[in-house]
Design a protein around this ligand. Structure first.
Ligand code: ADP
Ligand code: MG
Length: 687
């Protein structure tokens, strides 16, 4: 059977049902998906050196013959060590693998092998390569080159995935090249199939750079064309003009439990004015964590409801949706003319505080009894029709792709769109990424906020930290303890929620009530735990980063981040934003498990500043732009390769897109490009 891009992954030698299942978890079903699954980094094993010349810390590939190989248990009997001597004319070197005793069978004495890795001579002065990748001498998939490193899942190994992708690339020539030839020539880009091949297995840095430039360009161009299309469709649509009832808005604002900041006042007014127009609003509300975006959105929504139209509020996670549902409910309950707020997520349906069936919720929306709906992606997926929908609010908008936003906006008259983000994106960048939009910025924190004191806590100081936390809890305060993992895992050596919670339950006084929260809990348990914490039935909440986005519990004034060195700066900043949400002084303890120069710089930056813009810039410098948007999966869904650092390229693709569309508005002369844009638009990416 011949192999094609459309073949299932199981057509690749070595990929059976089990591996196929793991691959499916990575979104890989076909050979095409394999080919388009890009490395997230590379190991440079292209330096091939004689064994005799190797020094400590060299990263190299060496080729030789296995002289001897044998396995034994380590001193503490926890792992099996397989040790071999590899030699050639120039010398010999030791190599060591952990827990791979079967290698003894594969790599018998005399086997000609290439191994790649880092040379370490700290083990009694014997030059050793620990856990090297290897392959038969002469092969060049895992050694002797710049080697791709991919994200893995389940029992899938790097070796197997890399081998499968290398095999899949034999049919890369089937990839269509949708880029018009004149643009390809102008930019001196490689063909698309060549770029794809080279992004996996480049022969040189230069080849890799060229491949990445080409693929980023493709990605950004398609994105710009999609945006242009959505924008064009939206711009010609009429929007509902929401009549401004200034008296009502004034009294609504007065009913809020706090005076608005100037920045909130200004932003809310900008939004209300936009909603009064007959063309659809397209506005981004930017404000650091805790700057009070929800209240601003609530004012706009209240205005819409008052004028007898409907509004939807989209949140990226179930926890955040429940919380925003509760917050809007509280704000609106102060003025009974506004009405009830509904909630729709994958597992919950509510009208006001009452749980209802999905059917009851849909019915209430259909007959106009319920005109304000908060929800997650479920709102998009369940095809709910909201009569009179005049305003869509998208919270943490970078967590939704263009397609998802389009799904909710694709109706007549066009709803006004308010996007919100806590990611500090400079104005020019926002305009480039998101196209023609208006910007409102909350550059002022509510009065009385004390900056969160941030402390680095090393092992010796941990006991004192817990004593302090217990004392504060006795005074009625609460604490978050954030861990990198849910369950213990030897492999990563990172602390888990279950371990830390068990440890704290043993070590802390009985009076401290410990709760657990993580993403694998059923959503009603998650909601119940958040509610218990909010109601102060739990003093100390041990959780994963599910508390990251927007969780608002003003009485929680302490946060411990365990394994803090494992988090990016932007994520640490987001996490820290969970405390310091009232006028009570708050503390964030960063408790690293390990220490590297990069970790040191990140964590000390956290102790130095609480300014999100500043931290984003440091993150950009230290770890590349992808991290400004958090983790890859949830950060920047429209792009696989492009990052905010690619602003110049974004500008260029924007110009190219408008040039193409000016000459050929419907892309009739560019059928391949048109197909690609349409497919991308219709392809609904879900969480
Ligand atoms: P974010 O911008 O991170 O979404 P929130 O909207 O969740 O911030 O607001 C954070 C907290 O600040 C909430 O408890 C909210 O009620 C409170 N808050 C909002 N605006 C003000 C204000 N002007 N004065 C005092 N507290 C405020
Ligand atoms: Mg928020």
């Amino acid at each position: 059977m011949s192999l094609h891009l459309s073949s299932p992954v199981t057509s690749i030698p070595g990929i059976g049902a089990l591996a196929a299942k793991d691959l499916r978890n990575l979104g890989i079903v076909s050979v095409r998906d394999l080919v388009l699954y890009l490395p997230y980094r590379y190991e440079d094993y292209s330096v091939v050196r004689p064994i005799g010349s190797l020094r400590h810390d060299d990263t190299v590939t060496v080729t030789g013959r296995v002289r001897q190989i044998e396995s034994r248990a380590s001193k503490n009997r926890k792992v099996t060590l397989t040790e071999a001597i590899v030699e050639n004319e120039t010398g010999e070197i030791k190599v060591t693998w952990f827990n791979q005793p079967y290698l003894e069978k594969t790599l018998r004495a005399g086997f000609r092998i290439s191994v790649a890795g880092r040379v370490d001579s700290r083990f009694g002065g014997v030059r050793t390569i620990v856990s090297p990748v290897w392959e038969p001498a002469g092969d060049r998939v895992h050694t002797g080159r710049i080697v791709p490193v991919y994200g893995l899942t389940g029992t899938l190994t790097m070796r197997r995935l890399r081998g499968a992708i290398e095999h899949a690339l034999t049919v890369a020539a089937e990839l269509v090249d949708f880029l018009p030839a004149e643009i390809r020539d102008e930019e001196s880009f490689p063909a698309r199939d060549v770029a794809i091949r080279n992004v996996h297995f480049p022969e040189s840095r230069a080849e890799l750079d060229a491949a990445i430039s080409r693929l980023k360009f493709d990605e950004l161009l398609i994105h710009q064309l999609m945006f242009a299309q959505v924008r064009k469709e939206r711009a010609v649509r009429p929007a509902t003009s929401v009549a401004t009832d200034a008296e009502f808005l004034k009294s609504f604002v007065q009913s809020l439990p706090f005076p608005l900041t100037q920045a909130q006042r200004r932003s809310a007014w900008e939004i209300v004015q936009d909603c009064a127009l007959e063309r659809p609003m397209n506005r981004l509300l930017e404000g650091d964590v805790g700057s009070g975006k929800t209240a601003v959105a609530a004012i706009a929504i209240a205005g819409v409801l008052r004028a007898n139209h409907a509004a939807a509020y989209l949140a990226p996670t179930e926890i955040l949706a429940s919380q925003q549902h509760a917050a809007l409910g509280r704000f609106f309950s102060l003025d009974d003319s506004v009405g009830l707020v509904g909630l729709l997520t994958a597992s919950q349906a509510k009208i006001g505080g009452e749980s209802v069936t999905r059917k009851e919720l849909f019915a209430a929306v259909a007959d106009g009894r319920l005109r304000c709906l908060v929800g997650t992606h479920a709102l998009l997926q369940q095809g709910i029709e909201i009569p009179g929908l005049a305003l869509v609010v998208v919270d943490e908008q970078h967590r939704f792709g263009v397609q998802q936003r389009k799904a909710l906006l694709d109706r007549l008259p066009a709803p006004h769109l308010l996007s919100m983000t806590a990611t500090p994106i400079p104005r020019s960048l926002a305009l480039t990424i998101y196209g023609d939009l208006d910007l409102s910025i909350l550059d002022e924190m509510p009065k009385g906020r004390k900056p969160v004191a941030t402390k680095l806590v090393f092992d010796k100081e941990r006991a004192a930290m817990w004593t302090q936390i217990v004392a504060e809890i006795a005074l009625g305060r609460q604490a978050f303890v954030v861990c990198p993992l849910i369950d213990p895992s030897d492999a990563l050596g990172a602390k888990s929620v279950t371990e830390v919670a068990a440890m704290l339950q043993r070590a802390l006084p009985r009076t401290v009530r410990v709760g657990i929260l993580h993403g694998k809990l059923p959503s009603d348990e998650k909601a119940a735990m958040i509610a218990a914490f909010r109601d102060r039935a739990v003093d100390l909440l041990v959780s994963t980063t599910v508390v990251e986005v927007g969780v608002d519990i003003p009485n929680a004034t302490m946060m411990v981040i365990v394994g803090a060195e494992r988090f990016g700066l932007s994520q640490l900043h987001q996490l820290r934003g969970r405390v310091g949400r009232s006028d009570i002084a708050s503390t964030c303890y960063l408790a690293p498990d390990g220490w590297s120069p990069d970790a040191k710089e990140r964590l000390t930056a956290m102790t130095r500043t609480t300014n999100g813009f500043e931290l984003a810039e440091i993150d950009l410098k230290l770890r590349g732009a992808g991290n400004v948007f958090g983790s890859a999966q949830s950060g920047f869904p429209d792009f696989k390769l492009a990052t905010p650092a690619d602003v110049p390229l974004m500008k260029k693709t924007r110009d190219v897109a408008s040039r193409i569309l000016a000459a050929d508005p419907e892309l009739e002369g560019h059928p391949l490009l048109r197909e690609f844009v349409t497919v991308s638009l219709d392809e609904v990416h879900l969480e």
